[in-house]
Structures are given as structure tokens and as C-alpha cells.
Design a protein around this ligand. Structure first.
Ligand code: G6P
Ligand code: MG
Length: 210
């Protein structure tokens, strides 16, 4: 494989808890029921689609597009305050070392994330220079399981989809990789997903796949 394309949240860093806290604050203020089980459904899903999932529990008057935009803005403000507390210690030595070794072997590395905060997160944890390209929520119009984010990552790297392998923790991300014509590795939540070409428990196992 010429290139590895990594999802960010749940693969390189663990920002689930921050998404949860930020959405929870918004939901509580509006009296909308929200819990960890609903939060798990937001994995790999865009901000706008996440809001729609949360609003399934909303029983009030219909909300205008403008109000929804304000809700997303409020959530993102809280989320970014939480992200701002991240430091390089939020990335394990195993992840850092594995990325370095894959690169030394000549693989190109990219991020393929639905998040619009990917650049900010990479900066906070000191990983900006670890990747050759970043494809994220800012350069796509459709989110996973649509393949767009990975197709773009491959294009940014100048690597054919057949020579790319995607590392994902979300089922929707594995489906997106397949739709892009790329191989896939399931980790974390997706380590038991039968559609993944490879399933791993620890990040370092990527060194046995490349
Ligand atoms: C990732 C996360 C999702 C999140 C999405 C958008 O895919 O797994 O939970 O909703 O990014 O994140 P953003 O930072 O743009 O709100
Ligand atoms: Mg993820």
C-alpha cells in the first residue's frame, strides 16, 4: 500500500468525550434528552447530521435553519474550548511511533476526517507535520458513508484509491472506504466490523499490515 488514510476522532485522538460534553450542555439548556448511547451514534457523522440525530428527542415547535445554525455554533464553541485543553500528551507514544515508522518505510500519510476542527486538533497535539495531507469537513459536501472525504485524501496525496488503505473506528467510515475503492482497517468500535478488510486491537498492529 502506498498510502494510509487515517480517521482522526477515535483513531489518532479521543475526542468523543468532548463531543459528548458539548452536545450535552446544549441539549440540557434546551431540555432535550441526550445520553452516551445517542452520542455513540454521532461517530463519524457530520455536525449538522449529529444535530438532527439529537433533535429526534426534541418535542417542541419546529426549529428554523437559523436556530439550528446557532445551536451548532454554540456546540462548537464549547467543543473548541475543550479541545483547547489538549496537548501532545493526548497522543500515545504508540501512535506517534507507528506513524513515524510507516513514513520511514515510504508510505504517504493523510487524515480523512468529517471534522471541521481537524487542523486545530492536529495543531494542539503537535501532529500537523506527521501527515502529508489533510482531507476534512472543510473540503467535503457529503459525509461518511459517502466516500468523498477519502477520495479527496487520495487525490491530495496523488495516490490511486487501489493503493490506499483507510484506518477507521466508525462503521460508516469502513463503508466509505469500500465505496472509495480502498482497503480498510477497523480499530476500536470498528474492530469487530466484518466488512473491514483487516481488524486490529492496537494501533501498532498497522506495522504488520502496510
Ligand atoms: C468526526 C466525529 C463526529 C463529528 C464530526 C464533525 O467525524 O467522529 O462525531 O460530529 O467529526 O466534527 P466537527 O468538529 O466538524 O463538529
Ligand atoms: Mg472516528
Amino acid at each position: 500500500m502506498k498510502a494510509f488514510i487515517f480517521d482522526l476522532d477515535g483513531v489518532i485522538v479521543f475526542t468523543d468525550k468532548f463531543h459528548y460534553q458539548a452536545w450535552k450542555k446544549m441539549a440540557d439548556e434546551l431540555g432535550i434528552y441526550f445520553d452516551e448511547t445517542i452520542n455513540n451514534r454521532l461517530r463519524g457523522v457530520s455536525r449538522a447530521e449529529s444535530l438532527e440525530i439529537i433533535l429526534e428527542k426534541y418535542e417542541g415547535e419546529p426549529l428554523s435553519g437559523e436556530i439550528k445554525a446557532q445551536m451548532m455554533e454554540q456546540k462548537n464553541r464549547t467543543y473548541r474550548e475543550l479541545l483547547a485543553t489538549m496537548t501532545p500528551d493526548d497522543v500515545t507514544e504508540e501512535v506517534r511511533e507507528t506513524l513515524k515508522r510507516l513514513r520511514e518505510r515510504g508510505h504517504k500519510l493523510a487524515i480523512g476526517s468529517s471534522s471541521k476542527n481537524a487542523g486545530f486538533i492536529l495543531d494542539k497535539v503537535g501532529l500537523t507535520d506527521a501527515f502529508d495531507a489533510v482531507s476534512d469537513g472543510n473540503n467535503i459536501t457529503r459525509s461518511k458513508p459517502d466516500p468523498e472525504v477519502f477520495v479527496k485524501a487520495g487525490e491530495f496525496l496523488g495516490v490511486n484509491p487501489k493503493e490506499c488503505i483507510v484506518v477507521e473506528d466508525a462503521y460508516a467510515g469502513i463503508d466509505a472506504a469500500k465505496a472509495a475503492g480502498m482497503a480498510s482497517v477497523g480499530i476500536g468500535d470498528a474492530s469487530g466490523y466484518e466488512k473491514a478488510d483487516y481488524r486490529i486491537e492496537t494501533f501498532g498492529e498497522l506495522l504488520d499490515i502496510g
